[in-house]
Design a protein around this ligand. Structure first.
Ligand SMILES: [Zn+2]
Length: 287
């Protein structure tokens, strides 16, 4: 109520990536706020880990719907045309991205957007090539605090804003900001490399599937922690909805899924399994 509406042509656009959030975790969490503004779809990520998946997302290709009887090029063109609705601007075409094929640059240079990224995982840090076409690009202090991102967002009235939010609460160890690190679950062999929060090295074939760390109960607990993270994030997203002006389009999705013991594997990255590609997708405009 009483939400302002920016005066500029074009919608603000916020792309929220719940890192590692598997589709069924989102479904099980049944988040009220996030389900209210758009239909939840099951989609598939183009990549199995954080860096290539974010590059793909920032090239304007959101998780795909695994369409049948269509050539890839036709699908890209059709899918990208939906940005006309998202941005509230006519004639947004995939060809508009040529030659850079990079969405933040297109928004900034082609359409006059202010462009901002706030990322949780160091593998996406500001020194990476992903930081192209952004006015500001921040690696957050904590890897699991979306609320800190929302609280620093601004939507000036003169020009539309684009935000990429890479959210870490849903990434291993699925910890909420208030949970002390000594209470986080520790998986031997994963935790050691996790100190770098390098998703590339999190995941892989479990060497000792019968190890007690990798038994069904532990994996179930980890999966449940991801579900809880989504429930918690629903409240943070509500704060984002309250803050953003009416003409703001928000997409909530994930960069890839996660394995919780399927095929004796945990995590994501060097894994070929359909659950690593299944992601939630909710898309809509605030009213
Ligand atoms: Zn990721």
């Amino acid at each position: 109520m009483g939400r302002s509406r920016n005066r500029h042509p074009g919608n603000n656009y916020v792309l929220v990536i719940f890192d590692s959030c598997r589709f069924d975790s989102f479904l099980k969490a049944s988040p009220r706020t996030m389900s209210k503004f758009g239909r939840l779809e099951k989609r598939w990520s183009y990549a199995s880990w954080t860096a290539p998946s974010h590059y793909n997302l920032l090239s304007g290709l959101l998780p795909h719907s695994n369409p049948k009887h269509v050539f890839a090029s036709q699908y890209y063109t059709r899918d990208f045309a939906k940005f006309s609705d998202r941005l509230g601007l006519k004639d947004i075409k995939f060809e508009s991205l040529i030659p850079k094929l990079y969405f933040p640059s297109f928004l900034k240079e082609g359409l006059g957007y202010r462009t901002h990224a706030m990322v949780s995982l160091p593998v996406l840090n500001p020194q990476t090539v992903l930081n192209h076409g952004f006015d500001t690009y921040r690696l957050m202090e904590k890897h699991n605090d979306m609320r800190a991102m929302v609280r620093s967002m601004e939507f000036p009235e003169d020009r539309p804003s684009f935000y990429l939010l890479n959210v870490g609460e849903t990434h291993y160890p699925y910890a909420l900001p208030g949970e002390p690190p000594e209470k986080w679950p520790r998986i031997s062999g994963v935790h050691g490399v996790f100190k770098h929060l390098d998703s590339q090295r999190v995941g892989g074939k479990l060497k000792r599937p019968r190890d007690k760390f990798f038994n069904g109960r532990v994996m179930k607990t980890l999966h449940e922690r991801q579900v809880e993270a989504v429930r918690y994030l629903d409240g943070v997203v509500e704060e984002l909805f309250d803050l953003a002006p009416k003409n703001t389009w928000i997409t909530i999705t994930s960069d890839h899924g996660e394995l919780f013991g399927e095929a004796d594997q945990f995590g994501h990255g060097p894994i070929l399994h359909e659950k690593v590609f299944e992601v939630p997708f909710v898309d809509g405009r605030l009213r």
